[in-house]
Design a protein around this ligand. Structure first.
Ligand SMILES: [Zn+2]
Length: 279
């Protein structure tokens, strides 16, 4: 497939960004991964956390991070969609992966009762095992939740004190969900969902209520292409270079400057994932 991504140039008031959720091992990047990373850097996305969603993709994410020290970091985990694959070998493989310096979080893990690609019992078990792993290794959790809010919160609550923090990635909820996550002292990851006036209406209304010191930004590339990019890129593939556009939208919806939002979200990412200082 041919992509013709927009060239995004950095705005002067934009502080360097951290994309905390990018699925860079996805095969849609196989033909131009290097160029895609160069476009991200040119657009001010200085560091990225590569999402692991299965043992295979977590191994790839860590390898990619090790090949781009200081720029790419990885998570290691099993997405609820893949929970039925989770067994004792999985647990052992993840335990090894989270020992890597390049691995900064356990996940993505959680519950997804919207798709139900894996049976719910398998999802619960995989999630519980990863919460336990996160508590044991002292790294934060990268969390996914869809249509399972109450059970998700009920599972997190008793383990929360033992965890080194976490982020509710791709937050799309309303004020009640936000309150529950803030009560758990989680960070809130916002994607290009915010650029969708229709589907993102709840999120857009809730966005100003997210405390600045809890806000993180992510593309979830290659998914969730911002709907309002002008001109529209050919193809539906999202990429990290578009994070700057998402941050501009977030700043406008929160009535804050791009400078403030970019600085705060980068500091928050450094704090949660304990990213090393930039040289
Ligand atoms: Zn997710």
């Amino acid at each position: 497939m041919l992509h013709s991504p927009r060239v995004v140039t950095i705005r002067r008031e934009m502080h360097e960004l951290v994309d905390i959720g990018a699925n860079l091992t996805h095969d849609s990047f196989d033909d131009d991964r290097r160029e895609m990373l160069a476009r991200a850097a040119a657009a001010g996305v200085a560091r990225l956390v590569v999402t692991g969603t299965s043992v295979t993709s977590s191994v790839q994410a860590s390898a990619l991070a090790e090949a781009h020290v200081g720029v790419l970091f990885a998570t290691a985990g099993v997405h609820p969609h893949h929970a039925s694959e989770f067994d004792t070998h999985t647990a052992a493989a993840l335990r090894t992966l989270v020992g890597n310096v390049a691995c900064v979080a356990v996940g993505e893990c959680g519950l997804d009762f919207f798709r139900d690609y894996s049976p719910r019992d398998a999802q619960r078990e995989a999630f519980a095992a990863q919460l336990e792993l996160a508590a044991a290794c002292g790294k934060p959790v990268f969390l996914h939740q869809r249509d399972a809010h109450e059970e998700f919160v009920a599972m997190l609550k008793p383990t929360r004190a033992a965890l080194a923090g976490g982020v509710a990635h791709c937050f799309t909820g309303g004020p009640a969900e936000l309150e529950a996550y803030l009560d758990l002292d989680l960070y809130i990851g916002v994607t290009g969902w915010v650029c969708d006036e229709r589907r993102g209406a709840d999120l857009r209304a809730t966005l100003p209520r997210i405390p600045l010191e809890r806000l993180l930004v992510e593309t979830d590339a290659p998914y969730l292409l911002p709907r309002d990019l002008e001109p529209k890129p050919r193809g539906r593939r999202n990429e990290p270079a578009y994070l700057a556009h998402i941050v501009e939208r977030i700043a406008a919806l929160r009535s804050e400057s791009v400078d403030i939002v970019s600085r705060a979200t980068t500091t928050n990412a450094e704090r949660l994932f304990r990213l090393p200082a930039r040289s």
